[in-house]
Design a protein around this ligand. Structure first.
Ligand code: NAI
Length: 299
């Protein structure tokens, strides 16, 4: 069973995508009475023969889940400077849910989506006491999808053929790896001008804020990225994607959760993949790590 805690805009969309993927039964939980029950009923009308979807306002219903997605809490609103402003409330929400996960689903892989995600991933890790493999944050995969998209806009071809990754904080200090970005095997630095690359970088960094300014929130792409990660875990696909995990010396850092490439399988983030970064990118990643560490230090 896959549990989704938080049946708001991202959580309900995630539930829909997981229904379509038919990875197993789903339980959707939200503190707002009736919300998750209603969403689940609506969803079951799309897939009732293959997948059971249950809605509840009681966290106890996540009992025995093998994957728990935490997507409850406050989202960024127009005018908010960055995701860090959400932290106080969301740390409390993630803390409370994580304690319940520890008790009710002790074998689960936890996927944290609630922002500020690198910090809330750390909170979930501490509260559950689970090994680092089983507490993962989603953020860098979404940033990577956006980066691929904006590069493809400059190249004027399909984003499917763009290979690009963003690591680091899911926030202003994110680190798009330009040195490794390729289009059909060719380095994008050979295909695009500095100005074009700069524009793609800026759009990637600004994507979240832009969407929030326009529609008030963002849901499709984050839910899609989370669904892809859950699929890799549920099907033991061993896909390598960037995700927030606790570093234990990799990339010269420790004691901080930050986006790095990990291999996702049934055990969660089974391996942290260490890429060879150029000096500038390594410096940016370290700075990004320091920034997240500072936020964690404030808790
Ligand atoms: P939303 O406001 O639509 O939904 C949040 C839901 O959480 C609400 O229905 C609320 O009732 C519920 N909730 C609050 N406390 C709860 C608790 N203790 N137990 C169960 N449910 C609880 O917000 P939205 O847009 O779905 O975003 C959810 C979170 O995901 C936000 O923190 C947002 O910033 C984050 N997010 C993260 C992304 C990422 O890349 N990591 C991307 C997009 C959003």
């Amino acid at each position: 069973m896959i549990a989704i805690v938080g049946a708001g805009r991202v959580g309900s969309m995630l539930a829909f995508l997981l229904c379509q993927k038919r990875l197993g039964d789903i339980v959707l939980v939200d503190v707002v009475k009736g919300l998750a029950v209603g969403e689940a009923l609506d969803l079951e009308h799309t897939c009732s023969f293959d997948v059971k979807v249950r809605g509840s306002h009681k966290i106890e219903d996540i009992k025995g889940s093998r994957v728990v997605a935490i997507v409850a809490g406050l989202a960024r609103t127009p005018g908010m400077k960055d995701r860090a402003e959400l932290l106080k409330t969301n740390v409390g929400v993630v803390r409370e849910i994580s304690r319940k996960v520890k008790e009710l689903a002790p074998e689960a892989v936890v996927l944290v989506i609630t922002n500020q995600v690198d910090v809330t991933t750390w909170v979930a890790l501490k509260e559950t006491g689970f090994p680092r493999e089983r507490v993962i944050g989603m953020g860098s995969l979404l940033d990577s999808q956006r980066f691929r998209y904006f590069l493809s806009q400059e190249i004027k071809d399909h984003s499917r053929d763009v290979e690009a990754m963003v690591i680091g904080e899911h926030g202003d200090s994110m680190v798009p790896l330009v040195s490794r970005a390729r289009f059909r095997g060719k380095p994008v630095r050979e295909l695009l001008s500095k100005g074009q690359i700069e524009r793609a970088l800026e759009r990637t960094r600004e994507a979240g804020a832009k969407l929030i300014g326009l529609k008030g929130y963002t849901n499709w792409a984050p839910a899609e990225a989370a669904a892809r990660m859950i699929e890799s875990i549920a099907k033991d696909k061993k896909e390598t994607v960037p995700a927030s995990v606790l570093l234990k010396g990799e990339y010269g850092m420790e004691g901080v959760c930050i986006g790095v490439p990990v291999r996702l399988g049934k055990g969660g983030a089974e391996k942290v993949v260490e890429l060879e970064l150029d000096k500038e990118e390594m410096g940016q990643l370290k700075k990004s790590g320091e920034r997240v560490k500072k936020e964690i230090g404030k808790l």
